[in-house]
Design a protein around this ligand. Structure first.
Ligand SMILES: Cc1cc2nc3c(=O)[nH]c(=O)nc-3n(C[C@H](O)[C@H](O)[C@H](O)COP(=O)(O)OP(=O)(O)OC[C@H]3O[C@@H](n4cnc5c(N)ncnc54)[C@H](O)[C@@H]3O)c2cc1C
Length: 471
């Protein structure tokens, strides 16, 4: 096609950037393109939010720990990297929710707290009889008009009533999507639910029909992780990037252009000249990189949330409560600082040696993130107090890992899609060979990030080599 070498930079070495670099390499090999790939990561390590701590025989995930088993995207990537034999699944376990400081099981068959099986919901002690009847109204109500984006919280309250939303749905959604559900966008947060609602009058019926093939076991779906922790995926990607030059501890400070090249100014006083770029940093950083150009300002309207994870290792039999769950969520009616917690030794037994018990808790809610600013020992004290009250934990942890994720989780509020479209349009007009990818744009799960990285790689290659053909 062309003899002239082209250079593409990927900014950010989290899962999105690494995947983007990997697919740039795959495409270049497939199409025999003369491509040079440069990956620039500000931190001394790759992986971004994916951080696995290995201590003795314990495997502790500071950030994400798993993905849906049905998300073929991560499985396919693992296959391409030759690590599919390291994938481990768990069987779905029971989850609880703390309502008024008391733990109640989430009714079997619930999806994101939305009941889909009548009998377990009818028997549940999480909702009063009047609340249950109000929820059943969803089966009779006329279809909701969801042609326009709207508040997820308001939509759910209209369909199911206040109590089921507050006790079952809000605790799960606000944890999973790290935002106030009344501000979250229905279309962007739960696109599958929106699709189900377009086809079915009742939300419950819609979910039942659309998910019947996917559902497995007790509380929804099973999950996958990697035997030695999710950082194995990062290591495998780094190793596979034979064509890429990787710079660590180098920060891109700005992006500008000369006549036919894009200039990346680095914090080490150097500049790199490239033909295409994939910006796989946070959206706030992306805006900063184009500050001189004054574009991407709509991205600043995407709010972000801060939270911390606290993993505690306890000796055998520290949890005194008879508890058969994998973990619990916390409703706003409870007084706990923990927003969710999972029992790693039960969810992922291979990560915990012997009879130890490991509990991973999350703290920091949308609108109340001050706890993240406290010292490790203060956070540890607060979490331990909550665990004593909920799980009757008797004793102190022998080791604790506190991890902060400041302004790390974008919140997909109403109007999100328009903000992203506006930014991408501006970028395309000024820089046709640059793409944005990452957890602030088209979903923040690992699957979403991998898909965005792959798409960005294909688009940048097409834009660079297509441009050349036209010359
Ligand atoms: C605590 C936590 C738990 C989660 N749990 C799950 C889960 O179980 N399952 C799931 O699917 N998802 C989960 N997620 C979401 C998912 O992990 C993230 O959305 C995803 O990892 C984000 O990846 P990313 O590459 O887009 O961004 P990041 O991981 O944030 O990576 C961005 C990278 O860009 C670098 N960078 C920033 N600025 C510059 C610059 N100027 N120059 C060079 N480099 C720069 C940063 O140092 C960073 O390494 C979780 C997230 C968190 C925080």
């Amino acid at each position: 096609m062309t003899e002239q070498k082209r250079r593409v930079a990927v900014i950010g070495g989290g899962i999105t950037g690494l995947t983007a670099a990997f697919f740039l390499q795959q495409e270049a090999r497939k199409q025999k393109l003369p491509l040079e790939i440069v990956l620039i990561e500000a931190s001394h390590r790759l992986g971004g939010s994916i951080q696995t701590v290995k201590k003795d025989d314990f495997i502790i995930e500071r950030g994400p720990d798993s993905f849906f088993a049905k998300d073929q995207v991560v499985v396919d990537l693992s296959k391409q990297l030759g690590i599919e034999d390291q994938l481990i699944s768990n069987s779905p376990g029971k989850s609880y929710v703390a309502i008024n400081n008391q733990l109640s099981p989430i009714p079997k068959g619930s999806i994101l707290g939305i009941p889909t099986e009548i009998l377990p919901f009818a028997k549940s002690d999480a909702i009063s009889w009047s609340g249950k009847l109000r929820t059943a109204c969803d089966l009779l109500l006329p279809p909701s008009d969801i042609s326009q984006d709207q508040s997820l919280g308001k939509f759910l309250r209209k369909r199911f009533g206040e109590e089921t939303v507050e006790n079952l749905i809000e605790p799960i959604l606000s944890g999973a999507y790290s935002g106030d559900i009344d501000l979250l966008s229905l279309h962007e947060t739960l696109p599958n639910l929106s699709n189900a609602c377009r086809k079915h009058r009742s939300v419950i019926k819609g979910i039942q029909k659309e998910t019947s093939k996917l559902k497995e076991g007790a509380n929804g779906y099973s999950y996958l992780t990697l035997k030695d922790g999710l950082e194995s995926l990062i290591d495998a990607l780094e190793q596979a990037l034979e064509m890429a030059i990787i710079y660590k501890s180098v920060r891109v400070q700005s992006i500008t252009k000369s006549k036919d090249k894009i200039i990346l100014s680095l914090n080490n006083q150097h500049s790199i000249f490239v033909d295409g770029v994939i910006v796989a940093t946070s959206h706030q950083m992306a805006t900063k990189l184009f500050e001189r150009e004054g574009i991407l300002k709509s991205l600043l309207d995407i709010p972000v949330n801060s939270f911390a994870t606290v993993s505690m290792i306890f000796p055998h039999n520290t949890i005194k409560k008879a508890f058969d769950g994998y973990g619990f969520f916390v409703s706003r009616s409870s007084e706990y600082s923990i927003t969710a917690c999972s029992l790693t030794h039960r969810k992922w037994p291979h990560k915990v040696p012997g009879d130890y018990e490991v509990i991973k808790s999350y703290v920091g809610r949308a609108g109340d993130e001050s706890i993240v600013e406290l010292s490790d020992s203060e956070i540890e004290k607060i979490v331990l107090q909550d665990l004593k009250s909920t799980l009757k934990v008797a004793g102190k942890p022998i080791h604790t890992v506190v991890s902060r994720f400041k302004k790390a989780m974008p919140i997909y509020t109403i109007g999100h899609q328009k903000r992203v479209e506006q930014a991408k349009k501006e970028l395309h007009e000024s820089y046709p060979t640059i793409r944005l990818a990452g957890n602030a744009y088209e979903g923040f799960s690992l699957t979403d990030c991998i898909l965005q990285g792959e798409n960005a790689a294909k688009e940048v290659i097409a834009s660079i080599f297509q441009k050349e053909l036209c010359l």
